[in-house]
Write a protein that binds this ligand. Structure first.
Ligand SMILES: Nc1ncnc2c1ncn2[C@@H]1O[C@H](COP(=O)(O)OP(=O)(O)OP(=O)(O)O)[C@@H](O)[C@H]1O
Ligand SMILES: [Mg+2]
Length: 479
């Protein structure tokens, strides 16, 4: 049968018919209600570009301004000349910064897949398409610029509720919408103990306290991206642990998303591979990680999740395959294909994430809050990194959580005992275990917020951080 691509509008109208198999209903998992419902119908996150904004360069932002030419690598042609044609820059070595949505190739038509040299082998494959390593094609047909990935998303497999209308770009996959939006979200590094200081600081100003006390930070700093921050200084946007979108376009069959390659070229032979996704990393550490590398990885993911939640975005598919590591061990969260915008009090009734990482309320088919699901998934991921395997081997086990007689709890306790005799100042496995247990509370209301997760003793030390069931509350009372 010939393949007839459907435009997004038609897919939206088709609703149920356009659903990809979600994996729900297999292996004994219950099937939650399948009525498509995006919990937030408003569109507060559409581009903040003023209607009369001219094409880049946009004043005062760390924008897509082309970088100085790179030194030519042996056998390759020099970097491309400055792009004064309105195309977005693919040079991700510099902060990518906000872009005018009208400069994506989807609008300009300046790039399509012919503009890239893609490797034959896949860097990754998922339910909705595949990912290939690529570099831009220079004028002489040779590869130029940094290593990128191109994610091909099969249009027909995008779920009906995974589309969102963008003010400028029209209906686009939520993955593109969220990643484009994040390019305009101001980023300030999260202060240590943000959660505690915010709680005690009240609605307004900074908490009074001794010198050096942690001060409250506004979750959404008032920065004018189009004219710069204080004194017109550039504004950093996005999150360093979230893989940015550089460019995108579509054809009849696919959406093509261009992103930095978070991993270096695969190496061959006996040499270790530099950079990989966390799934492969766990495979290479079947007995789990030690507390120090675990802390480094998990803290970066928690910080990224906190940033998303602060800005009313949920990922909904946090798992080891959706985290990539660069050669220095820096983490990038990827794959926003299941992401969504959330609004206080509204719940989801569909789930397209991964069942091994699904919270009990999702498995029961109940309506669920995206943030609590993300925290559960973070707990599962933490367990996987500690023990080298999944905590729950069936939906029934997941619904029991870390109950007193469970295999998963016994495994965690055994890991926590490894602390005996360990350096007091070093990250402690028993703290990591406590954090995972808090995230894997069966009752979603008992799980910490992402903000509180970042202030757990495993990340900030026992003197400042909290631990134990609802420990963040006791911590607050003690201040
Ligand atoms: N920016 C990147 N750098 C390096 N590797 C990547 C990058 N993006 C994706 N990959 C690799 O490709 C795999 C698949 O990518 P991704 O998770 O985005 O697609 P997917 O699972 O098909 O997505 P979806 O859930 O939307 O179907 C990842 O697990 C990872 O190994
Ligand atoms: Mg994926």
């Amino acid at each position: 049968m010939p393949h007839i691509p459907l435009p997004p509008q038609v897919l939206r109208a088709l609703g149920e018919d356009s659903r990809a198999p979600t994996g729900l209903g297999v292996d004994g998992f219950m099937t939650p209600p399948s009525v498509a419902a995006t919990p937030f119908d408003g569109d507060p996150f559409s581009s903040s570009a003023p209607a009369d904004a001219s094409l880049p360069p946009t004043p005062g932002v760390v924008d897509a301004a082309p970088s100085a030419p790179e030194p030519a690598a042996a056998g390759t042609s020099p970097s491309p000349p400055q792009q004064d044609n309105g195309a977005v820059s693919l040079d991700w070595a510099r902060p990518s910064g906000p872009v005018d949505p009208r400069t994506y190739s989807a609008v300009t038509g300046l790039r399509d897949i012919e503009a890239f040299m893609c490797e034959d082998g896949e860097a990754g494959k998922g339910a909705y398409g595949s990912v290939r390593r690529a570099r831009e094609k220079g004028p002489d047909g040779k590869p130029i610029g940094p290593e990128l990935v191109v994610k091909y998303v099969i249009k027909q497999r995008i779920l009906a509720d995974c589309w969102k209308k963008h003010k400028i770009l029209g209906p686009i996959p939520i993955e593109v919408h969220v990643l484009d939006h994040l390019r305009r979200v101001p980023y300030e590094p999260r202060p240590r103990l943000n959660y505690l200081s915010r709680r005690s600081g009240g609605a307004g100003g900074a908490r009074k306290g001794p010198p050096g006390a942690h001060v409250r930070r506004d979750s959404a700093p008032q920065l004018d991206l189009w004219h710069g921050g204080k004194d017109g200084a550039p504004v950093q946007t996005g999150h360093p642990n979230v893989c940015p979108l550089l460019d995108f376009w579509e054809d009849a069959h696919y959406y093509y998303l261009v992103m930095p390659s978070a991993t270096a070229e695969p190496t061959h032979g006996a040499q270790p591979r530099h950079g990989q996704d966390l799934f492969d990393f766990v495979d290479a550490h079947p007995d789990g990680l030690g507390p120090a590398p675990l802390q480094r990885i998990l803290a970066q993911i928690a910080d990224a999740v906190c940033f998303l939640h602060e800005h009313s975005i949920v990922h909904r598919d946090i798992k080891d395959e959706n985290v990539v590591l660069d050669p220095e061990g820096n983490v990038r969260l990827i794959d926003f294909g299941s992401a969504a915008y959330v609004k206080e009090g509204r719940k989801f009734d569909t789930f397209s994430g991964t069942l091994d990482f699904a919270a009990p309320e999702v498995l029961k088919g109940a309506r669920y809050s995206g943030k609590e699901q993300d925290i559960w998934a973070l707990g599962v991921l933490g367990y996987v990194l500690i023990c080298g395997e999944c905590p729950f081997w069936s939906p029934d086990e997941a619904m029991q959580g870390l109950g007193p007689d469970t295999r998963a709890l016994a495994a965690l306790r055994a890991k926590a005992r490894l602390d005996d005799g360990a350096d007091e100042a070093a990250p402690r496995m028993s703290d990591a275990v406590d954090l995972v247990r808090r995230c894997l509370e069966i009752d979603a209301a008992e799980r910490p917020s992402a903000d509180a997760v970042c202030d757990h003793a495993f990340f900030v030390g026992r003197a400042d951080g909290w631990s134990g069931s609802r420990g963040w509350e006791r911590r607050d009372e003690g201040l």
